[in-house]
Design a protein around this ligand. Structure first.
Ligand code: AHG
Ligand code: MN
Ligand code: MN
Length: 356
């Protein structure tokens, strides 16, 4: 499947597209829910931070940025040096831009109120996972950044800021991720489809390479940490068995892929079709992934790409958040596969759709 905008063969050296992310944001401003200068600047700020993070990741191993910092974050996870760098760069970019009121980061215990500056009509709150899959950094595997954007009332004060910002994912105005893989991609939505941009390292620009992404409906891939199977419910085990059963007519079977970096696993499944799962486990009824900066932004993206995201029992985007670091079970990807998971988990096996 090629998303390139020209027919030039890959070896010709011709650029697939010369539409930069910045041009795209300016050109499509009227199609964004927020057609303001502030919103365009916000996206630009996130993309600048992404380039700086990318620069650090690409030199990992040469610079002293690998390994742990010796500290743990609020979720008791060991922080990596790159977690800290990514967190700092995103916060810096958003502070500098002046249009963001409040940030919530995986690496910071509480939301942080920024003093916006500049004469903007709109103020934003941004939640982010600065470096996702950071256990992969030391082994040269793919990682990512995830972000989620909400609009805030203009008169927000520090006291009520947290209550005001903990809104269901359905109210996001933008969301996206950066995948630092064999190439670096910036993929985002503002509620009007999903577009993907690839970083041209030579000119330092993200170029539109994957316009209007739609997730294939096939059961191409499934992604889950199956080493946890003993902690899965019998219903989930039954579903996994169904998933792995060959199509009786065609003999087609699903493939398993699990990188352990949500962004990378999600990105691959978005392009090929498939299902990513991080389910509830015994002792972890809410799974592992965090609602505000992992599940919600990806749920918004996947729905915009024609897919589905569920806890197994309800739509992720309808959950009312109660905390910045709240976790949720997650089934996300091609709609028929997510529906099949829901049918199994809700004892409606007879309603499992046929998936090619
Ligand atoms: P993070 O590095 O931001 O803490 O996220 C790690 C997440 C996610 O990226 C990945 O899919 C999952 O943890 C892997 O967890 P397991 O090792 O339990 O499979
Ligand atoms: Mn993560
Ligand atoms: Mn992280």
């Amino acid at each position: 499947m090629s998303h390139a905008l020209s027919d030039a063969p890959a070896s010709s050296g011709a650029l697939a597209s010369v539409m930069t992310l910045e041009q795209f944001i300016l050109d499509r401003r009227d199609r964004f829910p927020q057609s303001t200068r502030a919103f365009a600047r916000l996206l630009r700020d996130v993309s600048v931070a992404a380039k700086i993070i990318n620069h650090n990741i690409r030199r990992a191993g040469i610079l002293d940025v690998m390994g742990e910092t010796g500290t743990v974050n609020v979720q008791d996870e060991k922080q990596k040096k790159l977690d800290e760098i990514a967190d700092r760069e995103l916060e810096r970019a958003l502070r500098r831009g002046g249009e963001c009121c409040l940030i919530g980061s995986e690496e910071q215990p509480e939301t942080v109120s920024l003093s916006p500056h500049g004469n903007f009509q709109e103020r934003f709150a941004v939640f982010f996972d600065p470096l996702d899959g950071s256990s992969n950094t030391d082994v040269n595997a793919s990682v990512g950044t995830i972000f989620s954007v909400y609009t805030l009332p203009e008169d927000i004060d520090e006291e009520d800021s947290l209550d005001v910002t903990l809104r269901p994912g359905a109210e996001q105005v933008a969301a996206g991720y950066v995948a630092y893989g064999s190439s670096t991609m910036f993929v985002f939505t503002t509620g009007n489809g999903v577009n993907g941009f690839t970083l041209d390292p030579g000119i330092g620009e993200f170029l539109l390479t994957h316009p209007d992404l739609q997730i294939p409906q096939e059961r191409a891939m499934y992604s889950i940490n199956e080493a946890d199977i003993e902690d899965f419910s019998p219903k989930l085990r039954a579903f996994l068995q169904w998933l792995k059963t060959k199509d009786p007519d065609t003999g087609a079977r699903i493939r398993a892929r699990y990188i352990g970096s949500f962004v990378s696993d999600f990105h691959r499944n978005l392009l090929t079709g498939g299902l990513y799962m991080y389910p509830a486990r015994t002792n972890y009824p809410n799974g592992k992934l965090r609602l505000m900066y992992e599940a919600n932004p990806m749920a918004f993206l996947v729905e915009q790409a024609g897919g589905r995201a569920s806890t197994g029992h309800q739509r992720v985007l309808d959950l009312q958040p109660e905390g910045v670091h709240q976790r949720t079970p997650l089934f996300i990807g091609s709609a028929p596969l997510v529906e099949a998971a829901e049918a199994y988990l809700q004892d409606r096996e007879e309603e499992v759709p046929r998936v090619a």
